[in-house]
Design a protein around this ligand. Sequence first.
Ligand code: HAM
Length: 435
Amino acid sequence: MKIPPVKGTRDFYPPQMAVRNFLSDGWKAVSLRNGFVEYDGPIFEYLRMYQVKSGDEIVEQLFHLTDRGGRELAIRPEITPTLARMINQQINALPRPIKWFSMPRLCRAERPQKGRLREFFQWNIDIVGVDDVLADAEVIFCTLDYLRSVGLSSSDIIAKISSRKLLAALLEHVGVPHDKLDGLYPILDKKAKLPGEAFVEMVAGVVESSQAVDKLLALMEVHSAGQIKDIVPDIAANDIAQAALDEVHQVFDLLEAMGVGDYCRFDMSIVRGLAYYTGIVFEVHDAVGDLRAVCGGGRYDNLLRDFGGPSVPATGMGMGDCVLEILLRDRGLLTEGMFKRKMDYFVACADSNLRPKAMEIVARLRQSGAATEFSYKSANLGKQLKAADACGARHCLIIGQEYSTDKKLVLKEMASGTQSLVNESNFLEKSAFIQ
Ligand code: HAM
């Protein structure tokens, strides 16, 4: 009986694992240089944790189970609720600022499609306890710091930035009732994925006033702060909207100062699907607009309180590995050559009587820290040299006739093909330095 892999999951054979490690090594290095420290949580949590504040869409996508004790559990579809729970548990003991990163394996029962699977890895960075747009700008900078480090330029990707606070104030200002906002956000978030008419119909299903719907639709097309005045001429009279707009300006000024301004664009259609966002929100998209979002995040000042903790502000971002990999391949930034195996030494044994000696040398090289491989068969030397090449060895150490006669090894540098005779004990003493 052949059992296929489950729909929407991936098997990571060594070549795929090399790509996954390349992505996560980069995420980790950039997190650390931006001052984040790593954390992780359990792969499953109580089901109700995701029902509190993540929003209907994510709840519909949960893989949930009942354990033997009758507890309703769910595999984590995101790690932000876990982060909120963990921070709440130790809120008074944790050193501030809380700047944490994680790279969890997540599961969502989505319809598998390009860039969206049912199991994926997601880089998360979050700053908790900082009620200042400096933290929002830092999260966006760190995200772009990574994307730039893997070779994506401002002609490949755009960070689209907006503010839920600003949108909420403007929508209320143009006549959308406050209690309709939470129901509206997931619809607005789907705008790019829906046919125009279907989108308008869904909006009209929530907002009764056709005048308000028109203004809302116009706001969704806004790509510069100046354009807002064309739709809401009296914005300056609305203190909340004006303050939110000032915040947006500050974020852009900071990103400009940090040297990533050319990646960033104001875009009011960025709303985010998750229910908990409260302030600055952003997504990074490929410039062509072919793919789903590379990542998304924003400020969520009420989540810790909603989870029974104190009111502590927070802002963060999540980036999956799927769209990122597609984009990097597309731009020629992920090539097979990047993942060629590399070993320091290959020990070739030309005489099966010398096998124990060869294994002693293999073991001593490995112990000294040199990545060392050998062939299980004392086949002819030509085959062993091919095997040395195949595993990316920089040097081949041949133990054969020269060893039997006067305890010498042949050291061959694979790239140049140059060979020299080395004395066994001298060589092994120094081998740690020849890598
Ligand atoms: P999200 O928008 O649900 O936000 O997901 C963020 C990113 O995770 C997406 O842009 C995408 O890269 C990736 N992603 C989501 N679903 C899938 C999927 N089915 N397959 C592959 N990749 C996927 C969050 O999860 C928030 N918790 C992020 C956050 C952290 N906000 C603040 N802190």
